[in-house]
Write a protein that binds this ligand. Structure first.
Ligand SMILES: [Mn+2]
Length: 235
């Protein structure tokens, strides 16, 4: 059987001129049975339909902070601003992905993107609010916290457990939940760690970084979910 092709969005180095993508995203997709392909964003949005014609599923990845004007706020003093070209490209990409009902998984910034795209808002800097777990302090990949996963969500069914240990490396998180989305995972200090639109074949987002832990079955599960749904759209 032909393996599904999974597009992976890329970030850029903060000094500009170069794309960057952590090795783990493509390796996690490969391990789950998909064929990973990077998607450059410094191209015309007019190419988006042709790009998506080549893909069976898509993975939205990590990056800097979305412009809070998208949800009616000013930049936080500690903001690390996303490249405006990436933001506009990914919003246009997501709109076309949604229109085509293409299976989509989002991680970290991707989770925030899905929520804001649907009209939701974000906590711009978690240390300003309840942050028992210091969600942003996971740079060493060692800091973890427990999350509860909804057993009747697509994510929960694939993980097969109601509670897992997730790594945490984010200073932003979902505040108000966007249209058509349900919360599928939450930390024990009340931070949203997963979202899904159950009306689409797969429109799922996680706030933690399963790509870094994909050697563990419960963290490979989101990628298996993406590859399984993408397999159903292989041409
Ligand atoms: Mn967290």
């Amino acid at each position: 059987m032909k393996k599904p092709i999974i597009g992976i969005t890329m970030d850029s180095r903060d000094d500009g001129s170069y794309y960057q993508l952590g090795f783990d995203y493509a390796k996690a997709v490969e391990t789950a049975g998909g064929v990973p392909l990077g998607i450059p964003y410094k191209v015309s949005p007019a190419l988006i339909p042709a790009i998506l014609d080549t893909l069976d599923g898509i993975l939205f990845t990590v990056g800097n902070d979305l412009d809070p004007a998208l949800y009616g706020e000013e930049w936080h003093p500690k903001a690390q601003r996303i490249d405006p070209d990436r933001q506009s490209f990914e919003l246009a990409l997501l709109a076309e992905v949604e229109k085509r009902r293409l299976p989509a998984l989002a991680i970290c910034l991707g989770c925030q993107l899905f929520n804001v795209y649907r009209g939701g808002s974000l906590y711009q800097f978690l240390p300003d609010v309840a942050d028992k777990h210091e969600h942003r302090r996971g740079e060493d990949s060692i800091r973890r916290h427990a999350i509860k996963v909804e057993p009747d969500s697509a994510l929960g069914r694939m993980i097969g457990k109601g509670e897992i240990s997730a790594n945490t490396y984010h200073k932003q998180a979902v505040k108000t939940v966007g249209r058509g989305l349900r919360v599928t995972a939450v930390s024990d200090d009340g931070i949203v760690e997963g979202l899904e639109d159950p009306s689409l074949p797969l429109f799922a987002a996680v706030q933690w970084h399963p790509e870094r832990l994909h050697a563990e079955a419960e963290h490979l599960a989101p990628f298996r979910l993406l590859v399984e749904k993408a397999s159903q759209t292989v041409r």
